[in-house]
Design a protein around this ligand. Sequence first.
Ligand code: N01
Length: 534
Amino acid sequence: MSVLHPSTQFDAIVVGAGFAGLYMLHRLRTMGFRALVLEAGEGVGGTWYWNRYPGARCDVESMEYSYQFDAALQQEWNWSERYATQPEILRYAEHVAERFDLKRDIRFETRVTAARFYEDTARWMIEAEDGRRFDAGFLVMATGCLSTSNTPAFPGGDAFSGERYLTGRWPHHPVSFKGKRVGIIGTGSSAIQAIPLIAAEATQLTVFQRTPNYSVPAHNAPLDPEAARAIKADYATLRRRARQNRAGIDFTINPKKALEVTSEERQRVYEERWAMGGFHFYGCFSDLPLDLAANETAQDFIRSKIRAVVRDPKTAATLSPANVFGCKRLCVDSGYWETFNRPNVTLVDVASEPIEALTQAGVRVGGREHALDAIVFATGFDAMTGALNRIDISGPGGARLVDTWRDGPRTYLGLGIAGFPNLFTITGPGSPSVLTNMLPSIEQHVEWIADCLVHLRARGLRRIEAEPAAQDAWVAHGAEVADATLRGTCSSWYLGSNIPGKPLVFMPYIGGFPAYVQKCAEVVASGYDGFRLS
Ligand code: N01
């Protein structure tokens, strides 16, 4: 190992300056550790730094999609809308970085490409794209669950001569679609948010849809200052209720089963939840994620809503999903279905006839060329493992993470990985992460990791590693709870099936936030059961 300048030696290095990396740095510093964050971008915010596409906003309400670790921050920050926009969330991340003076310990424009653990020193050597090296006792990957864009290799490749945009890597300069014919590929959450805004600006918008998605209205609105004041007067109660929910979000799940009630009651519940907006719809009935017949009633309801809004019956039918409700991530929209009534919007079904090629003038489907001035790729992400596998991470003896995970990710609690000592993942595969409100999940992981490092330091220990048997048991438990639901029954990024060749493993832990938090607490209480400390 090369001799390093002391300025490159740290107790812990954190990769990523999104919400996970920012809080991890703050927490480590508060606990007296010398920590550094390495970030590929030029600024903080992670997903909210990169995803600047029109209409980007959070699908968790702003009063909940925020940190709770600092009471003053929580009281003093004011959100302007029920669902915050990307620019406002980015301003919040900036504010947090300034408020806690975090930037002095963040190296921007530093893309980590490799990390290697050396057994003799029990330390990590981390390498950046430009060759700089950093040495740390512990390595914390705060690299995000949806941070590596999926860019499908369409035939024709670079042939298209117009403008190209990727939702997950949107330019930082303003983009105007005025007077342009725009095509958008994909109808996931990103596209569903972008389509109404692009349609309002462009001359013509062509939507290339492979799989229709379920979407519920956000009913977004300016945040009522009185309602915000009421929440702030007793924020702890809202946060506590949210922590008791499977998703870590404050919404109730109706304990009744969909087929137990009369059809009138079922319709009433669906209408009520539809009117509430957003993820409240997930909680209509307790058995929707478990029982196909129950689930079909929710599917029917949403399809009826699409038919009621979209005037052209053929377009409405093409937009109507046929898969299990909640199998893919539910989308939350503002005027999505209505957009297909605009005369300048065309829907092209690429399920039966896939995109043949990108041509110089546009996109060819079924022998017909759709002439375009710009293409927006809203084609999603190599989720959960993409960012980790792109870094050449190797453990003692050179075993590489990408090889270890050849058949899919295996972790203990989504926090540690057997064979990779002193490496932590924040909201890694095997933790509730993307099935929850990310902010409380991030805070729980950050605090768990920081407490763990304090525990090791207090005992003069320098090494922690997940035990293979504990990891095997956790992976088996994760698969068992996932198999009990309908969520693995369709192609989705949860399963990795959106990426050709990716092993099919349901990656997030679906057992719910409360059960997971309890398990993490039990592990600590038992002296880090399932981890080997030395
Ligand atoms: O990505 P997606 P996303 N030919 O994977 C299509 C979060 N998020 O960026 O379904 C044609 O959902 C693909 O089709 P199919 C949220 O968790 C949150 O929209 O694979 N089409 C699909 O329609 C979300 O779930 C917010 O058949 C192709 C689309 O591209 C997650 O990020 C906002 C194709 C990709 O949809 C990902 O959302 C935005 C091909 N070769 C995102 N390849 C909030 O509201 C892919 N597609 C917080």
